[in-house]
Design a binder for this molecule. Structure first.
Ligand code: HEC
Length: 190
């Protein structure tokens, strides 16, 4: 390969690296379910977190939430403390159980109860962020800009629309880069 071919090859490789793992939309604007999200970057698990009307029906077996983000956006966040355009999050909700195999105390994760998505796409959505509920389907339409998803996230999240206050490694990054939302800093100083 001569030098210019090598240069062309590397510039294609760079283009391929950015955004390929981000959100994919159908022609009619639905978000495609990211089937490989289990290979993405794991942010954290919440256990029995209760912040909306959909509280756990079974307090003895609190539900787990597992949060994942596409790896290229994770790397960008570690460097800058901001989410790049075309970031995609998955929130996986699982039931808990304590009884099985050799376990005699504590809980582990069990059945899949639901999968939700959240996208940052500055051109596609006027409010930049949009929320999705997959409900077992392989595509989902965005909840309206006035949905409870949008308002709770916009009002309470620590970095942009995301709950970085509950993801310990990212919270340290946001603190050191100075990217926590002003409203979040004000509330947490009381
Ligand atoms: C009353 C507040 C509230 C509402 C309403 C709400 N969420 Fe969230 N959401 C949270 C909190 C708190 C977390 C933090 C992590 C957790 O639950 O494990 C979160 C986390 C998430 C995440 C992971 C990424 C992030 O932002 O941190 C996704 C995806 C998500 N929610 C989707 C939705 C969708 C879709 C809806 C609407 C159907 C919704 N949420 C409604 C409070 C809310």
């Amino acid at each position: 390969m001569n030098k210019s071919l090598v240069a062309i090859f590397f510039s294609f490789a760079l283009v391929a690296q950015t955004g390929v793992d981000g959100p994919q939309f159908t022609a009619d604007g639905q978000l495609t379910f990211p089937k490989d999200y289990r290979q993405w970057t794991f942010l954290s698990s919440g256990l029995g977190m209760t912040y909306g009307p959909a509280a756990s029906a079974d307090p003895a077996n609190p539900r787990f939430d597992n949060v994942f983000v596409n790896p290229s956006s994770y790397r960008a966040f570690i460097e800058t403390g901001h989410w790049p355009d075309k970031t995609l999050f998955v929130l996986e909700i699982r039931s808990a159980t304590g009884q099985g195999s050799i376990n005699s105390a504590g809980h582990y994760q069990n059945e899949l109860l639901g999968i939700e998505g959240e996208v940052k796409d500055e051109k596609r959505f006027p409010q930049k962020w949009a929320f999705f509920s997959f409900g077992g389907k392989d595509r989902a339409t965005a909840h309206g800009a006035d949905s409870s998803c949008n308002s709770c996230h916009a009002q309470n999240a620590a970095v942009e629309n995301t709950f970085v206050q509950f993801y310990p490694v990212l919270l340290d990054v946001a603190k050191s880069k100075g990217t926590l939302n002003a409203a979040f800093l004000q509330k947490s100083s009381h």
